[in-house]
Design a protein around this ligand. Structure first.
Ligand SMILES: *[C@@H]1O[C@H](CO)[C@@H](O)[C@H](O)[C@H]1NC(C)=O
Ligand SMILES: *[C@@H]1O[C@H](CO)[C@@H](O)[C@H](O)[C@H]1NC(C)=O
Length: 371
């Protein structure tokens, strides 16, 4: 039967496969390979960023640039892969965030004066972005997807030399392929974000949010949807009791969530309502917190990354990961534990400090890079 299927039908069937299964299908024969590529060309002309068939993958990327590989987890098949990063210059291997369809934004380590770069870790394509307009190192970085499948990258603040902060924001638009100045930034935020910004940004309702941990946790937002972007602060629930806190996307990108651990070994999820009200929506069940922390684990060492209906919580890469999962169409959440074995390999994955990035993988790099 498979021999006689018209290519259009085969391509349609392929469109439901996750990328790792698709890659294997492409290795079957020439006809399947060309069908699978066709599907990807189609996908890229019609991708709506908020409609994905599969949940995002987790990339566990080393937080130091001394390693030339990372691990990728496909939650649909519960599989880990070892992904090479050696095609990226070693000075540029610090992961920032996922961008557009299947791209990873990487930045230089502190001492290296280099622009940002984009790469597709699955196809090993790589592109350096143009230099910033204002000389700056260590800026806060935010990413926005546009309705037409493109993306914008914002960089705000950063330091120009050892003593001065840059008080502007600039923006790279994938359509234009250039940076432009996108307004001013209050210097007090620049200083605080350089020193205390703990995780990436989340874009919600036209506002880019970062969380900082200067004395107590605090959220800083900038209205990037406005013609002249305004900055504001949003308080954080139970800020003085939080041991860790991370911003996450909830409800398929429609909600802004805050996951935080309270001193009494509780992990809570709040959602932002309006401009500055946090509402408690869920608590991680006690047995899950116990599993996450192990015997001596402290909440302060927990890292969290969330989006696409999944939140990953882990202490260190070596002791496994907890997934807190949204049920589609319901406000209920379930949790499960991720085993940490490489697909086809034996033994657990080695332990080293990682940053988690959620990304919808793509096997079609050039279309997205060229946009
Ligand atoms: C740092 O930059 C500021 C403004 O850009 C300048 O006024 C200052 O002299 C510079 N300091 C050093 C040590 O280069
Ligand atoms: C992953 O691949 C790299 C080589 O690219 C290798 O050094 C490393 O040991 C591999 N990790 C595992 C767990 O197999």
């Amino acid at each position: 039967m498979w021999n006689n299927l018209p290519p259009e039908i085969l391509a349609f069937i392929f469109s439901f496969l996750p990328p790792d299964t698709l890659a294997r299908a492409r290795a079957v024969c020439q006809q399947w390979n060309s069908c699978a590529q066709q599907h990807h060309l189609l996908l890229f002309s019609s991708t709506n960023h908020h409609q994905h068939l599969h949940p995002p993958w987790l990339l566990a990327v080393p937080t130091h640039n001394c390693r030339h590989f990372c691990y990728a987890y496909n939650p649909s098949l519960s599989r880990w892969y070892n992904i090479s990063l050696s095609f990226i210059p070693s000075a540029l291997r610090l992961a920032v965030a996922a961008v557009g369809d299947g791209l990873l934004l990487v930045k230089p380590s502190l001492s290296i004066p280099s622009p940002l770069a984009l790469c597709n870790p699955f196809t090993q394509h790589y592109k350096l972005l143009p230099p910033f307009i204002c000389k700056r190192s260590n800026p806060s970085i935010g990413v926005v997807s546009t309705a037409t499948g493109g993306y914008r990258i914002y960089v705000a603040g950063g330091s120009s030399n050892c003593t001065a902060y840059v008080s502007t924001m600039e923006m790279y638009d994938s359509e234009a392929g250039t940076w432009q100045i996108a307004g001013k930034m209050p210097e007090k935020y620049a200083a605080r974000m350089i020193l205390w910004s703990t995780s990436g940004s989340v874009h919600h309702n036209g506002v880019l949010y970062w969380i900082t941990s200067a004395r107590v946790y605090n959220v800083i937002g900038v209205d990037v949807g406005a013609p002249s972007p305004g900055w504001h602060e949003v308080g954080v629930p139970c800020a003085d009791q939080l041991e860790f806190a991370t911003l996450v996307m909830t409800r398929g990108g429609r909600g802004l969530g805050l996951v935080g651990g309270l001193a009494g070994r509780e992990v809570c999820l709040w959602e932002l309502e309006g401009r500055d009200t946090w509402v408690l929506v869920d608590k991680l069940p006690g047995e899950a917190v116990t599993r996450l922390l192990g015997r001596e684990g402290k909440l302060g060492s927990v890292k969290c990354v969330g989006g696409g209906g999944l939140m990953y919580l882990f202490r260190d890469f070596g002791s496994g990961m907890l997934v807190w999962k949204e049920e589609i169409g319901s406000c209920r959440r379930d949790w499960y534990w991720v085993k940490r074995c490489l697909n086809g390999g034996d033994g657990p994955l080695p332990n080293f400090p990682v940053k988690g990035v959620l990304l919808w993988p793509s096997l079609s790099p050039l279309a997205a890079l060229g946009k």
